[in-house]
Design a protein around this ligand. Structure first.
Ligand SMILES: CC(=O)SCCNC(=O)CCNC(=O)[C@H](O)C(C)(C)COP(=O)(O)OP(=O)(O)OC[C@H]1O[C@@H](n2cnc3c(N)ncnc32)[C@H](O)[C@@H]1OP(=O)(O)O
Ligand SMILES: O=C([O-])CC(=O)C(=O)O
Length: 371
């Protein structure tokens, strides 16, 4: 065995600087470009936060108007992309659709010899605008429904919800959805963002980096946890069963999805805001079963392990209550995190160094090929 220090999972390793966001687990704080995420979630639209992440400052009224105009103008999925979507089997996971569609869109958007910030910002905006159209069309086709065209008179959240459900829901739902988009948008060097930065560091293109990030987000230790949370809650079924279900899970040494975090050990800074959004949605709809299971599980988990919920824990039931099918939850995360990923891709491009760590070899010693 080597005597080199191993940083398994890169835990605790600082690999670069970033000006996009700051996570301070000790004070339970998360800021995007210096603004507290709780303030952004409750006071700003997702479009404003996207602008902030990409440009470093919140938009003026005129800048936001121009940004929204460009976002609205890029929402339609062209015919060739619609045809690709129609060819992807409905039996696959919707995250496979996301990965394939982003890869396809990359083939329609030519690379520059040397990617400029401006060109990458344009590509990022096109993805921000069109991903909701893809998610909504995929959601509807799985229900045997025709897609609904984007509505240029509606903001990002209203338009997306309208494309999914054929109606703009009550402002309570729109607001909770907007908050989830803001809270999911960015989180420093998480696994999917790091995957995007690794791909970018080889001087590959933005679509390749986003495709890799989608693959990383799909896993249940990362974005896929929001789906797993809801499957678990449905299995638990009634609040009274939450504690015994949890104990059986922990006794079997299984992970409980939606709990724990690589960086936060005293609780995820985004959870209180999303929990309030979940409360609002539950009370508005008069359906508090999932909220009660949430409380029972969180209390029992804390009592037994001290491990706290992460953001995927409240978003799971919130998205379910909003009417989304469970396999669509992680694609919703993609719609939001496209902003953080691309902000990091642009930052990595500006100040690049090939990402290539070392490994300590622990295989067989050198040996001759058998005769
Ligand atoms: C938006 C997001 O991506 S947030 C993350 C979403 N992912 C999940 O919710 C999946 C469930 N959670 C987990 O698997 C983990 O907490 C992770 C992967 C997120 C972070 O884990 P790490 O920092 O690598 O810590 P690690 O997995 O080593 O856990 C440390 C200890 O806590 C335990 N632990 C951590 N999370 C959990 C959990 N969710 N359920 C049960 N035990 C847990 C581990 O079993 C381990 O115990 P041990 O020391 O006795 O072996
Ligand atoms: O930071 C992480 O490791 C995971 C996470 O919470 C996120 O990506 O939002």
């Amino acid at each position: 065995m080597s005597d080199q220090q191993i940083y398994k999972g890169l835990a605790g390793v600082v690999v670069d600087t970033t000006a996009v966001s700051k996570v301070v687990p000790e004070t339970n704080s998360l800021t995007y470009r210096g603004y507290a995420v709780q303030d952004l979630a409750t006071q700003k639209s997702f479009e404003e936060v996207a602008y902030l992440l990409w440009h470093g400052e919140l938009p003026t009224v005129a800048q936001l108007a121009l940004f929204s105009q460009r976002e609205r103008a890029n929402r339609r999925l062209n015919r060739s992309a619609q045809a690709v979507l129609a060819r992807i089997p409905e039996t696959c996971h919707p995250m496979d659709v996301m990965r394939t569609m982003v890869s396809y869109l990359g083939s329609e958007d030519p690379d520059e010899d040397v990617p400029t910030v401006e060109a990458n910002l344009d590509k990022s905006l096109r993805l921000l605008a069109v991903l909701p159209t893809i998610v909504a069309a995929d959601f509807r086709r799985r229900r045997g429904l025709e897609p609904i065209e984007p509505h240029h008179g509606l903001g990002y959240a209203e338009n997306f919800l309208n494309m999914c459900f054929g109606t703009v829901p009550d402002p309570v739902i729109v607001d909770a959805f907007n908050q989830s988009m803001v809270l999911y948008a960015e989180h420093s060097f998480n696994a999917s963002t790091f995957a995007a930065r690794v791909v970018t560091s080889t001087q590959s293109d933005l679509y390749s980096a986003v495709t890799a990030a989608i693959g990383a987000l799909k896993g249940s230790l990362h974005g896929g946890a929001n789906e797993a949370v809801m499957h678990d809650m449905i299995e638990i079924d009634v609040p009274e069963r939450a504690e015994s279900w949890l104990n059986a899970k922990l006794d079997a040494k299984d992970k409980v999805m939606g709990f724990g975090h690589r960086v936060y050990k005293q609780g995820d800074s985004r959870v209180p805001t999303m929990y309030q959004a979940l409360v609002q949605v539950s009370e508005h709809l008069g359906e508090t079963r999932w909220l009660q299971i949430y409380r029972e599980l969180a209390t029992a988990m804390d009592r037994r392990t001290g491990i706290k919920p992460n953001l995927d824990f409240p978003t799971g039931p919130a998205y379910y209550l909003m009417g989304f099918d469970i396999p669509m939850f992680t694609p919703l995360f993609v719609m939001s995190r496209i902003t953080g990923w691309t902000a990091h891709i642009i930052e990595q491009t500006r100040s690049n160094a090939l990402i290539r760590p070392l490994s300590a070899y622990d295989g067989p010693q050198q040996r001759p090929i058998p005769a």
